[in-house]
Structure formats: C-alpha cells, structure tokens
Design a protein around this ligand. Structure first.
Ligand SMILES: NC(=O)c1ccc[n+]([C@@H]2O[C@H](COP(=O)([O-])OP(=O)(O)OC[C@H]3O[C@@H](n4cnc5c(N)ncnc54)[C@H](OP(=O)(O)O)[C@@H]3O)[C@@H](O)[C@H]2O)c1
Length: 324
C-alpha cells in the first residue's frame, strides 16, 4: 500500500509518500480500500507535534475516510467485503488502504458520494455536538459562527440554520463569507475589515448573539464574548488562530453567560452510543440533501501535505479531500 508517512515531528513538507507493508487486521477491525479521506486542522497539528495527543512515530496522518471494505476481522458482524463505509480512524486515512475499528465504520448508502461522506464526521460531528448537546441551541435564537468559511465553521452555519437559528457568519475573506451565505448564513461580517462588535450590535439591534461557536480563538474571542446576549452560551471549540485567549472572568458574570468547552473526540469515547446516533443523523441529512458539505478541492496522495498546509495556513474554504 502507499501512504503519507510522518517519520519525525516538524514541517509539513517533510512528509513523504512511501510504499508500506499491509498492516495486520486485529479482531474487531476492518480493512478498507480508501477512496476519499478529508483533511482536518488537527492533522497538521499532529504532524507538527503540536496536538494534545502525540502519535508514536512513524505514523500515517488522516483521521477520517470513505471507501470499500476489503476484509473483515474476527468478530465483525455488521460489515462484509464490498460494503461502502464511512470510518473514523484518527490516524492512517491518507493511504491507499486503512485498518479501522469496525465500531467506528458506518455503512454508507449507495446514494452518498464518497467525498461528501469523508468530509462529514469531524467537522459536522463537532459542530452538531456543540450546538445540540453543549449549547442546546433553540429555534429562533441567534448564532454567531467565527471562522465561518472553515471546516467546523461552515458545518456550524449549515446545522445552525437547519436547527432554526438566525446565523451570523464571521470570516476573513469574501470567498469564505460567500460560502457561508450559500450554506444558509443570514448575515455576514468580514472581521478582517469590519468592526466585529459594532456589526454585531447593528445586526442584533444591540442584543447580541445567544450562542457563539468559536473554532478560531486568538484576538476574536474577547470582542465576541463582550458582544454575547444575556444568558448566552460561548462554545470553545478550537484555537486555529494559534493563541489560546485569556478572557476576563467578569465577562461571564456581567453577561450571565456560560463559557462551554467542546471536545468531540472525548465525547465519542465517553458517550459512544449518543455520538454514533448523531453521526447516523448527519448521514441521513447528507442522504436527503439537507446537508451539503463544501468540498472545495480534491487532491491525490502526493499533494496531501500541500492540502494540510493550506488548511493550517488559513487558505481552505470548506473541506479539502485527498483521493488516494
Ligand atoms: N473541540 C473539538 O472537538 C474540535 C474538533 C475538530 C476541530 N477542532 C478545532 O477547530 C479548529 C478548526 O478546525 P477546522 O478543521 O475547521 O479548521 P479550518 O477549516 O482550517 O478552519 C479554521 C478557521 O480558523 C480561522 N483562522 C483564523 N486565524 C487563523 C490562522 N492563523 N490559521 C489558520 N486558521 C485561522 C480561518 O478562518 P478565517 O480566515 O475566516 O478567520 C479558518 O477558516 C481547529 O483549531 C481544530 O483543532 C476542535
């Protein structure tokens, strides 16, 4: 099999595409021929050695994939060779084949495109868990999404709209804001050129957004939190801007608001059944056309490192998919 290999933590251009021996198939696992694997921000962090979990070296990056089962391990009853699947593997997806835990491999309806399926789990799973379980977003509320043209951000725009919220998208370019509008955002703020707080006051009539989903952090977090409505919920999802913001704790007091952490990977481990139910719901919405993940580029394995750099350096709109 061919795979993208990280032999040492460091710059993404040190990744190599190499021939590797076929990995063994432990009980409870399935072997999958990978058709599509999508790029997520944490993939780059893992290669850089900057993620909260450091994989053992060498490793193959790539957290999620869609493809066809070629072999099933002992004890696997719900899948057979030839089945189309969507799988979460955390590592190993940027390869022509991958061995994945069967419980994290969901059967994929023939009507669902492999690229759209591969683009779904982490970004939509995180956004859905954040909005549904953590913020308990209600129809009629106002949702502000920061980084609204990125993977998690665009998923949050689409899901927030579907859940009945008025969605305000904030992002750094017209291409990202257009993508957010096309996925249902009611309002758009270019926080590179516009004053975030003034625009939020204008759009919400001074009230502020009820829920803020923040995958960006950096210098946007504090002005966003200062703008939140009374009784609001601020979802801490990620720090793509690099800096982990330190916000004054008088703000939650003054706003009567909650600052809520979101950790989808841990949620999937601790509440596996609920997590799987949410993924099945997302797949059903993908199938009936409610959700339309934006796949803005498809690249071969040889360009996976470049795709990871694009995502890491703020260049991606929606999702990039690797096609091994
Ligand atoms: N908590 C969880 O369970 C969980 C799960 C998945 C991902 N995450 C985290 O969520 C964040 C977003 O992930 P993603 O896959 O959606 O990434 P993404 O597609 O790259 O989106 C991140 C967005 O952050 C913004 N950004 C601002 N400054 C940036 C900078 N200096 N470098 C890069 N991006 C910058 C960009 O939007 P603008 O250019 O419009 O500002 C970009 O679109 C990451 O921090 C990731 O680790 C958390």
């Amino acid at each position: 099999m061919r795979a993208v290999v990280c032999s040492e933590f460091g710059p993404l251009d040190r990744l190599e595409v190499r021939e590797l021996p076929e990995p063994p198939l432990p009980p409870g696992h399935v072997r999958v021929k990978v058709t599509c694997a999508s790029v997520n921000y944490p993939d780059a962090l893992m290669v850089l050695g900057a993620y909260q979990v450091k994989p053992a070296l060498p490793f193959v990056p790539g957290a999620e994939l869609a493809g066809t089962v070629t072999e099933v391990g002992e004890g696997v009853t719900h899948l057979r060779p030839g089945d189309r699947v969507l799988a979460l593997c955390w590592l190993g997806a940027f390869a022509t084949e991958a061995v994945v835990e069967a419980r994290l491999a969901l059967p994929l309806d023939a009507a669902i495109d492999f690229a759209h399926a591969a683009a779904l789990p982490m970004t939509y799973g995180t956004a859905f868990h954040a909005l549904l379980d953590r913020a308990q977003l209600r129809a009629g509320e106002t949702l502000l999404v920061l980084g609204a043209g990125g993977g998690v951000g665009l998923a949050a725009v689409e899901l927030g709209r579907h859940m009945g919220a008025t969605v305000i998208a904030a992002a750094s370019s017209s291409a990202k804001l257009e993508a957010a509008r096309a996925r249902g955002a009611d309002h758009a703020i270019d926080y590179g050129t516009q004053d975030l707080r003034a625009e939020l006051r204008r759009i919400t009539g001074g009230r502020g957004p009820d829920v803020i989903l923040d995958p960006v952090g950096g210098s946007y977090a504090e002005p966003a939190l200062r703008s939140i409505a009374w009784g609001g919920r601020y979802l801490v999802v990620g720090f793509a801007a690099g800096d982990i913001p330190r916000v004054p704790l008088n703000l939650p007091l003054l706003k009567g608001c909650a600052v809520i952490g979101v950790f989808w990977g841990e949620f999937l481990k601790r509440e596996a059944d609920r997590g799987a139910d949410e993924l099945r719901q997302l797949l059903a919405w993908l199938k009936d056309g409610t959700l339309r993940p934006l796949v803005s580029a498809r690249v071969p394995l040889e360009r996976a490192a470049e795709a990871m750099r694009t995502v890491h350096e703020r260049g991606a709109v929606g999702k990039i998919v690797v096609e091994p």
